[in-house]
Design a protein around this ligand. Sequence first.
Ligand SMILES: [Cu+2]
Length: 224
Amino acid sequence: MKNVVALVASAALAAQGVSAHYIFQSLAKGTAKGQAYQYVRRNTNYNSPVTDLASNDLRCNVGGAAGGSTGTLELSAGDPFTFSLDTAVYHQGPISLYMSKAPSTAAAYDGGGEWFKIYDWGPTFSGGQASWNMKDTYSYTIPRCIPSGEYLLRIQSLAIHNPGGMPQFYVGCGQVRVSGGGSASPSPTVRIPGAFKATDPGYTANIYNNFHQYTVPGPAVFTC
Ligand SMILES: [Cu+2]
C-alpha cells in the first residue's frame, strides 16, 4: 500500500513536470556546500526553468531581480567558490558561469548591465558518446585580474535534453564582494536577455543524433 501511495505521488509530480528539476541554492567560498539562500537570491518558481529568451528572469531566475535579504559573500580575486544544488543537475546541457559588476552594491543590482562569462562546462566526446558534467556542486575560481567590487555571480544550466522542444534555463545568482582584484576590463560582454538566440547552434543542437561537437551558447569565456 505504501508503494502504491508513493507511485501515485511520484506520478502526480511527474505530471506537473517538476519531479526531476533542480535549484541552484547555495554559494560558498572554497569547496564547501554552503547554506541555502545565504548568498544566492531566492527564486519564487520552485524548481521550474525559464524558457523565454526575452525575459529579464533569465538573469537571476524568477523572483531574483533584487537582493532582498540575501547576503554578499566576501571573496578575494583568485579564490575558489562553489555553487550547490538541492539535487544534482538532471538534464543534459552546458553549465556556464557569468559575472556582472554592480554599479553600487550587489544586493541593489538587477543585473541589467554587462555580463561576461568566466567558465563553461561543455560535453566531452569519447567513442562516439557525449557525456555531460551533471553534478550537485560546481566549483571554480574568481578571475585574479578583474576589478575589486561587488558583482552578481551567475550560474546557468541550459537543458537541451528535448530536441525540438523548448530548451530550459535553470539559473541562480550569488552576490559577491571581490577584493584584491586587478585592472582588467573583462570582455566580451553581453546583456541578458539578448545573449541567447533561438538560432544559436548550441541552443538548437540535437544531442542524440550525429552529435560530435558542440558550441556552448553565449559569449566567449573571458580569461585573464
Ligand atoms: Cu525537466
